[in-house]
Write a protein that binds this ligand. Structure first.
Ligand code: ADP
Ligand code: ADP
Ligand code: ZN
Length: 218
């Protein structure tokens, strides 16, 4: 099963993707995580990406598409149970490129899930988010506190607050989402491929709805 998980920053994409990975053995492909890893390693892509991510802007399509293509080229054979795209595509150009990749590599997207949520809720989610430096699992100081403060429950890694989690960058990211990514929802809606899910529910209820959607696609 291959899934696209969409939604504004803080909607819960990463949280839900991790649950699907655990239960179904899917591979999570988070372009945000890939950019942060590339930046930590100071690769060419990582250095370019940082110019954009730190201001809450999208990394240019050609750079992003190249990174995802490369990722599929190197890893598709190991994704036995399928994959979840978390944070890709984010523009119509990227969606078209993904269609090209699907034809080229011979895979099919089975579900496009959109987590719908009010922007006011997102601010509280983003300001309280803490991310594991090692495995990328996200926690929340109120909604999902780690067992030990500052330490990842999953791998023991250090939890940190992302550089783009300050008020200005958050505002820019929500703006970017409305301008560049929201049109993509209409694109998938027009193609009759979209399933909307209420992202304001508890993590467990969102997950239940996602599973219901996937059951229907089997
Ligand atoms: P995204 O990947 O879409 O940006 P995350 O999964 O990282 O979002 O979630 C953003 C923050 O909100 C995290 O701190 C996470 O723990 C928290 N969160 C995620 N889903 C929910 C939910 N349903 N209710 C409350 N908090 C949530
Ligand atoms: P969030 O979880 O808050 O939605 P991500 O971790 O997915 O954020 O992404 C962080 C940043 O990485 C984005 O603000 C953007 O700069 C960059 N990025 C991630 N995915 C893409 C993409 N598909 N296209 C362009 N830039 C991206
Ligand atoms: Zn961890």
């Amino acid at each position: 099963m291959n899934i696209i998980l969409m939604g504004p920053p803080g909607a819960g994409k990463g949280t839900q993707a991790k649950k699907l990975v655990e239960e179904f053995g899917l591979t999570q492909i988070s372009t945000g995580d890939l950019f942060r890893k590339a930046h930590a390693e100071q690769t060419d892509i990582g250095i370019i990406a940082d110019y954009f991510t730190k201001f809450g802007r999208l990394v240019p399509d050609d750079v992003t598409n190249e990174m995802v293509t490369e990722y599929f080229k190197n890893n598709l054979k190991d994704m036995k149970n399928g994959f979840i795209l978390d944070g890709y595509p984010r523009t119509i150009v990227q969606a078209r490129e993904l269609e090209f990749m699907a034809a080229h590599f011979g895979f099919k997207i089975d579900a496009v899930i959109n987590l719908e949520i009010d922007p006011e809720i997102l601010k509280a989610r983003l300001s309280g988010r803490r991310t594991c430096r090692q495995c990328g699992t996200t926690f929340h100081i109120v909604y999902k506190p780690p067992r030990i403060e500052g330490v990842c429950d999953v791998c023991g890694g250090e939890l940190y607050q992302r550089a783009d989690e300050n008020e200005e960058a958050v505002k820019a990211r929500l703006d970017t989402y409305l301008k560049q990514t929201k049109p993509l929802i209409d694109y998938y809606q027009m193609k009759k491929e979209l399933t909307n899910i209420n992202g304001a529910q508890t993590m467990e209820d969102v997950y239940k709805d996602i599973k219901k959607c996937l059951e229907g696609k089997k």
